[in-house]
Design a protein around this ligand. Structure first.
Ligand code: GCU
Length: 598
């Protein structure tokens, strides 16, 4: 059955573009930015899409129709519509859209002229949540998933001179979506990351991977490095060169019949990437006259029993969880500047690790963390009560996992792929998640797989981790809210049972406080309450055998529609160590002191 979107598309005589596999390292390509001012139309009943009325099926808003005769009836006009900044969520750019969940149309025009036989890919860093893309009134593609990139080859839809792109963006929540219709963060809708035109030759480097091919160092101090490259076409005999000038490394590979090539070579005196020395090498990859520049770090990450080893040395992950929200006042973060501020706060806390919750953050944030020497846990939003038996839901989750790994597989600081957060136990859930874990390993055998499990409390003082998924992950992580959702808060009496010979990360703990509210330490919502909770919790964590790290919940207060207590929450989750205006609460100093001693 052809879906309605294609009907709408086909009705306007489209040439359907093809969804090209995600292009690696887009910022290093020949790009034209379509960021900036876009017109938008709020379309609550999706009138511009399901145009039921008795007008000839001339397609919906996406054809950007204009009256040709005085009597023509066209009931929309993008050029007269308001504008907003892209990238950016609509919730914080138009107060009428603060809580809005539904469809908004976006349009902008751009000039283009052909560049020989080159192709043009239209790239989106992310659009939350469901996007239909049209170029010059023709359907280019439909993408679902709010936090991962996608791109279409739109060359055949373009014309010399002025063109226009229109998106139908719908952020409505659904039980079979990923995430589902319930989640504890703001449902920021819109074109929340970069929009770029990428100019590529007909055959281009689509994806590549450069990292250590093992952890051994031979007696001359050289290490094995692996380089894998994939073209967008199955073309044999194409020469791809790899240069690492600082290492005086020059390699040439020839693609085979499926357009891929790989090589392993020895690199001398490689400085490994680490939080103390976040060493990145300038790398240049060439195919024909196309040069792709990247900055790549080399390191090993592995587990040995309950130890986490970075470059062969045990490491304790002094972390903090972060939502992708601007440092001040909310809204989707989407720039290096946003990331630098948030990550600087984490550094001030003494962190060498961040859990980017609960979805893949923007590429600028991961790269900024890499430059700052901060290790990363990256996660897909398989969160709470997912529709485990729905095949579309699984495919959506797997697609988001694939795109997350594809985008960041060359980032040395990313050490953990997380496939879920706090998912209720069931055979269907285990089947779904174990499939995801295997898929992640098939794409990337070098990084660690984890997920945020839930500890079961045998009694208020006995805590046991019991989860079938322990055999599919490398690191057993769990969230616990002793002192907040459980009203015991006496570290001295707590005991822990984590019966798995794997490193343990406490991926969440914490409690809320309204910045500036003070009182007795048993007075909920005071800074003293949160401070005491942190004191008890860090004392308790010291008793967990095999604890390899923690990422307390959370760096900064963040917006959530579930947190409605007037005068205290006001639609913010107040578990931040920083307020939503970037002010430090007293608990900040408890964690900072604990990390200093670690
Ligand atoms: C949960 C969940 C978070 C949520 C937090 C809270 O563990 O993972 O997304 O925000 O607890 O209740 O504040």
């Amino acid at each position: 059955m052809i879906s309605l979107c294609c009907l709408c598309g086909l009705a306007s005589g489209t040439v359907v573009a093809n969804e090209a596999p995600q292009v690696a390292n887009v910022l290093a390509r020949h790009i034209t930015s379509l960021n900036g001012i876009w017109h938008y139309i709020v379309d609550v009943q999706e009138e511009g899409y399901y145009d039921y009325r008795m007008k000839p099926m001339r397609g919906g808003f996406f054809i950007n129709a204009k009256p040709q005769r005085p009597e023509d009836l066209i009931e929309y006009d993008f050029d007269k519509a308001p504008t907003m900044q892209v990238p950016g969520d609509w919730n914080t750019q138009d107060e009428r859209l603060f809580f809005y969940e539904g469809t908004v149309w976006f349009k902008r025009s751009f000039d283009w002229k052909p560049n020989g036989d080159h192709r043009i890919l239209l790239y989106f860093g992310a659009v939350n949540y469901d996007a239909h893309v049209y170029v010059n009134g023709k359907f280019a593609g439909h993408h679902v998933g709010g936090f991962t990139p996608f791109n279409y080859d739109v060359t055949d839809l373009l014309k010399e001179g002025e063109n226009f792109v229109i998106l139908k963006v719908d952020n409505k929540r659904h039980a079979e979506a990923v995430p589902t219709q319930i989640f504890d963060w703001w449902n920021y809708g819109g074109i929340t990351r970069d929009v770029l035109l990428i100019d590529v030759a007909p055959v281009y480097v689509e994806n590549y991977r450069l990292d250590l091919a093992g952890k051994e160092v031979d007696k001359r101090g050289t290490r094995p490095v692996a380089f894998n490259v994939k073209l967008n076409q199955a073309e044999a005999g194409r020469l791809v060169t790899l240069d690492i000038p600082e290492l005086k490394m020059h390699q040439v590979v020839t693609t085979d019949a499926d357009g891929t090539a790989s090589i392993t070579f020895k690199a001398k005196k490689l400085q490994l990437w680490s939080p103390e020395n976040p060493k990145l090498y300038q790398v240049e990859i060439r195919l024909g006259d196309e040069v792709i520049k990247d900055e790549i770090g080399f390191r090993t990450i592995e587990t040995r029993g309950k130890q986490l080893l970075l470059n062969g040395q045990p490491i304790f992950l002094k972390g903090i969880s972060i939502h992708e929200e601007k440092p001040n006042g909310g809204g989707r973060a989407n720039s290096t500047e946003d990331a630098h501020t948030l990550l600087s706060w984490a550094k001030e806390l003494g962190c060498n690790f961040v859990r980017l919750a609960h979805y893949p953050h923007n590429e600028y944030a991961v790269r900024e963390a890499e430059r700052m020497g901060i290790l990363v846990w990256s996660e897909i939003p398989v969160y709470w009560t997912i529709a485990w038996i729905n095949p579309d839901t699984y495919n959506n989750a797997e697609r988001q996992l694939t795109d997350m790994i594809r985008r960041d597989q060359n980032r040395a600081n990313v050490i953990i792929w997380s496939i879920a957060n706090e998912t209720p136990h069931s055979p269907e859930r285990d089947q779904f998640l174990s499939r995801l874990a295997k898929h992640a390993r098939s794409l990337d055998g070098t990084r660690l797989i984890s997920m945020a499990m839930e500890v079961t409390s045998a009694s208020n003082y006995k805590n046991r981790l019991q989860d079938n998924m322990h055999e599919y992950v490398d690191v057993v992580s769990f969230n616990q809210y002793i002192g907040w959702y459980r009203d015991v808060n006496d570290a001295a009496k707590m005991s822990w049972e984590v019966p798995y010979d794997k490193p343990v990360i406490v991926s969440e703990f914490g409690g809320g406080a309204k910045f500036g509210l003070h009182g007795a330490k048993n007075q909920r919502w005071t800074e003293e309450f949160q401070e005491n909770l942190y004191r008890e919790n860090v004392a308790m964590l010291d008793k967990i055998d095999g604890l390899a790290g923690t990422s307390p919940w959370i760096l900064k207060d963040f917006r959530s529609p579930r947190r409605v207590l007037n005068g205290v929450q006001d639609y913010y989750n107040r578990k931040g160590l920083f307020s939503d205006s970037g002010e430090k609460k007293k608990a900040f100093y408890v964690l900072k002191e604990w990390y200093e001693k670690k």
